[in-house]
Write a protein that binds this ligand. Structure first.
Ligand code: FUB
Length: 322
C-alpha cells in the first residue's frame, strides 16, 4: 500500500489514534466541524463537541464501519469546550477513553470515560483526572502497565506549567533555550488517575544534548509511542514546522535520541498521526486538509503503509502536500 488513502470521505475526522482490539483496527479520531469560530494561535477554531469510533477488518481492502457518536461535550459534567485528540486503552474487560477538554475555567484537563466495548458508548467520570493538564493523551501498554504521554504547546497550554505546577504566566522559551518536553506518566491500577508524578520526555540530538526550542524538530504536540524490535519509538508533531518526527530509546520513559522525519508537511496547519502494526504490516494513520481545500479546522483521516530499513530507521513519507 504505497499510496495514501482517505478513510472516511463523508465527514471531517482528524488526529486518528489507532489500536488493535478484538482482532480489528479501531480508530479514535477528533470530529472536526464548522463552528464559525475565527482561526487564531490558541486553536479556538478547533471547536469539536463529540467523538465517533470507527473500525476496520482490513486496512487495505476493508469497509470502514462508523459506530456513531460515543461521547459528547454535553454529557461530560465538568465540560467547558473543545474535545481534542483522544485515545483508548483496554484493561480487565473495560475500555478507557482519555480525552482533553477545556473545563469551565477554559483550562485543558484530561478526562476518562469507560465502556465495556471498544466501540463505546463511553460513560465519563464526574471529574477530570487529578493533576492533569494540557492535551493529546496517548496510551502505550506493556506487560499490563499503561503509560500516558501527553502535552502540546500554544493552544495546548503546556507552556503554562513547569514541574507539573501551574505558572503565574505562560513561558515560551527563546530559540536557544531547551524545548518544552512532552510528558509521560504511569496510570494508576484502576486506570482512572495518574499513578505517579508526570515526567519529562527528553529528546536528545546525536551528541546527547536536549533539543532546543528553535530546532525545527522539537516537540510541539501529538505524542505517540510504539515498540519495534525491542526499541521504543516516541513520535510527535513539530507543530509550527509541520513535521511528524521520531526519536528512539531503551525504555518507555526515555531519554529518546532524535532519528528523523516520518512525514513531511501535509495540506493544513496541523499534522497528527498514530502508528500501528496489523496483519504483519505497519501503518501510519494521519490527516490532511485536502478535501476541505486547506481549511485547517476541517481535516480528513488517511492511512499509508510505513516502512523500516534494516537498521530500524523509518523511511520518510514525503510529497503528500498536494
Ligand atoms: O485537533 C485539535 C488539535 O489539533 C489536536 O489536539 C492537536 O494535536 C492538533 O492536531
Amino acid at each position: 500500500m504505497k499510496q495514501s488513502k482517505y478513510l472516511f470521505p463523508s465527514d471531517y475526522m482528524a488526529d486518528p489514534s489507532v489500536h488493535v482490539f478484538e482482532g480489528k483496527i479501531y480508530i479514535y479520531p477528533s470530529h472536526d466541524r464548522e463552528s464559525g469560530i475565527e482561526e487564531n494561535d490558541n486553536g479556538d477554531h478547533f471547536d469539536m463537541n463529540d467523538y465517533h469510533v470507527f473500525s476496520l477488518d482490513d486496512v487495505e481492502n476493508g469497509e470502514i464501519t462508523d459506530h456513531g457518536v460515543v461521547l459528547s461535550v454535553k454529557d461530560i459534567p465538568w465540560s467547558g469546550r473543545q474535545l481534542w485528540d483522544c485515545d483508548v486503552a483496554f484493561k480487565n474487560g473495560k475500555y478507557y477513553m482519555y480525552f482533553p477538554l477545556k473545563d469551565k475555567n477554559d483550562i485543558f484537563r484530561i478526562g476518562v470515560a469507560v465502556s465495556d466495548k471498544p466501540y463505546g458508548p463511553f460513560i465519563p467520570e464526574k471529574h477530570p483526572m487529578l493533576g492533569s493538564y494540557s492535551i493529546d493523551p496517548c496510551i502505550f501498554e506493556e506487560n499490563g502497565r499503561h503509560y500516558m504521554y501527553f502535552g502540546g504547546i500554544w493552544g495546548g497550554q503546556l507552556q503554562r506549567y513547569r514541574n507539573n505546577k501551574a505558572l503565574e504566566s505562560a513561558v515560551i522559551p527563546n530559540d536557544y533555550e531547551l524545548a518544552i518536553p512532552s510528558k509521560v506518566v504511569l496510570l494508576s491500577d484502576d486506570m482512572l488517575e495518574f499513578g505517579e508524578e508526570p515526567k519529562d520526555v527528553l529528546i536528545l540530538d546525536e551528541n546527547g544534548n536536549p533539543l532546543l526550542h528553535g530546532d525545527k524538530h522539537r516537540f510541539f504536540e501529538a505524542s505517540w509511542m510504539h515498540k519495534y524490535n525491542s526499541k521504543y519509538y516516541f513520535s510527535y508533531s513539530t507543530g509550527d514546522t509541520h513535521l511528524i518526527c521520531y526519536a528512539t530509546g531503551d525504555n518507555p520513559y526515555g531519554p529518546f535520541t532524535f532519528q528523523g522525519e516520518i512525514l513531511t508537511p501535509v495540506v493544513g496547519w496541523t499534522t497528527h498521526h498514530s502508528i500501528v502494526e496489523f496483519k504483519g504490516k505497519w501503518y501510519l494513520f494521519f490527516h490532511d486538509s485536502v478535501p476541505s481545500e486547506g481549511k485547517t479546522w476541517l481535516r480528513s483521516m488517511k492511512v499509508i503503509e510505513l516502512e523500516y530499513d534494516n537498521d530500524g530507521k523509518i523511511k520518510t513519507i514525503e510529497g503528500l502536500e498536494e
